[in-house]
Design a protein around this ligand. Structure first.
Ligand SMILES: Cc1ncc(C[n+]2csc(CCOP(=O)(O)OP(=O)(O)O)c2C)c(N)n1
Ligand SMILES: [Mg+2]
Length: 367
């Protein structure tokens, strides 16, 4: 029998607002220079403008297949990735554009990937759900819900094995938390003491199913207790709060080689994907979140109050981000599609590196 959503279960923008910016005075935020804060704001804006442009490209027929927008969740990707050092890694699910720009991937390679072009980060063969940049410690982009969580444990295991002082931030949605693979990953992370941070981006919905209808307990991070792992809840609309709590988890990973689970309250302003008719939620709910909890506007207001930003600078940053996204579309338009012989490359490593092949039998069945 499914659980019914009651008014008590409804996501509340007000609750999120109440604790906003409690992390502002945390040392990791207090030490940010004016310039660093502006760069963080610029990243939030770049993601927002990039996503808006991808939506237009989809409507113009430039992008085929899936397109899951990150609008509304930007503070999480930007806040967490802004803390990364040389041995910190990221792996995430299919809503991956924000994390990609967060780790420093260019709009060009991301837009080209969306348009299926050879200049894309995955040579145009991955699309929206499969952005990758191993040179930036960014391990994708995964379409199987929860599929990235054992891989995240594996990345953390490698760091521990190699004696590196780093961590893996493994992102997932609220819907992924009920997948078996997530629990197996948490168990291994707790048992072996892996420097992994599981970040649950709780945007209240898995496709069209609300959290209350999918999860027996809606305090998702608390499940970590079952695996003897430290856990936290944080206001994911607040850039400062995200950074403050993530830094604590990073220090735990770096210094004690221990995992953490952090649940970040957030909200997606758009449908699950661009083809979602959104019959499962009220327009008023979306408007309320936009009005009270838009992470870009909230940080913008904080920086205005601090006198770090001016109205003029806000305008310039937005104009530049729009132009950058527009140029990325031009770059993608002018790029070629991958050649036919690329079709079976990058599918199996052994096939591309026959000198290391150890497995028997056929990999492809067309010869
Ligand atoms: C193993 C598996 N089951 C089902 C699906 C279909 N599916 C795609 S997205 C999704 C919802 C996941 O929601 P959530 O984890 O909350 O992420 P969000 O879309 O909110 O970012 C489902 C069920 C899938 N891709 N993989
Ligand atoms: Mg979700």
């Amino acid at each position: 029998m499914s659980k019914k959503t009651t008014s008590k279960d409804k996501p509340s923008a007000k609750n999120a607002e109440a604790s906003l910016n409690s992390g502002a005075t945390a040392p990791i935020n207090a030490k940010l220079s004016k310039k660093e804060k502006i760069e963080i704001y610029r990243k939030l804006v770049r993601i927002r403008r990039f996503e808006e442009r991808t939506l237009r490209s989809y409507q113009q027929g430039k992008i085929a297949g899936f397109l899951h927008l990150y609008i509304g969740q930007e503070a999480i990707a930007v806040g967490t990735t802004s803390l990364m050092g040389p041995d910190d890694h990221v792996i995430t699910a299919y809503r991956d554009h924000g994390h990609a720009l967060g780790v420093g991937m260019s709009m060009n390679e991301c837009m080209a990937e969306l348009q299926g072009k050879y200049t894309g980060c995955s040579k145009g063969k991955g699309g929206s759900m499969h952005f990758f940049a191993p040179d930036k410690n960014y391990w994708g982009g995964h379409g199987i819900v929860g599929g990235q969580t054992p891989l995240g444990a594996g990345l953390a295991f490698a760091l521990k094995h190699e004696g590196k002082k780093g961590c893996c931030m493994c992102f997932m949605g609220d819907g992924a938390v009920n997948q078996g693979a997530v629990h197996e990953s948490l168990n291994i992370a707790g048992l072996w003491g892996l420097p992994v941070i599981y970040i649950i981006e709780n945007n209240q919905y898995s496709m069209g199913t609300s959290l209350a209808r999918s999860s027996a307990s809606t305090l998702l991070a608390k499940r970590a207790e079952g695996y003897d792992i430290a856990w936290e809840q944080v206001n994911g609309h607040s850039l400062y709060d995200v950074r403050a709590k993530t830094w604590e988890a990073m220090e735990r990973a770096h210094n004690e080689c221990l995992p953490t689970v952090i649940e970040m309250a957030t909200y997606r302003h758009r449908g699950h994907s661009v083809s979602d008719n959104e019959k499962y939620r009220d327009k008023a709910e979306i408007e309320e979140y936009k009005r009270t909890s838009d992470p870009v506007i909230l940080f913008q207001n904080t920086l205005l109050e601090e006198k770090t930003l001016t109205e003029e600078l806000i305008k310039t940053i937005n104009t530049e981000a729009r132009e950058e996204a527009e140029n990325a579309v031009q770059f993608a338009d002018q790029s070629p599609f991958p050649p036919e012989e690329e079709l079976q490359r990058d599918v199996y490593w052994e096939e591309d590196n026959p000198e290391h092949k150890t497995s028997q039998g056929k990999i492809f069945f067309n010869d």
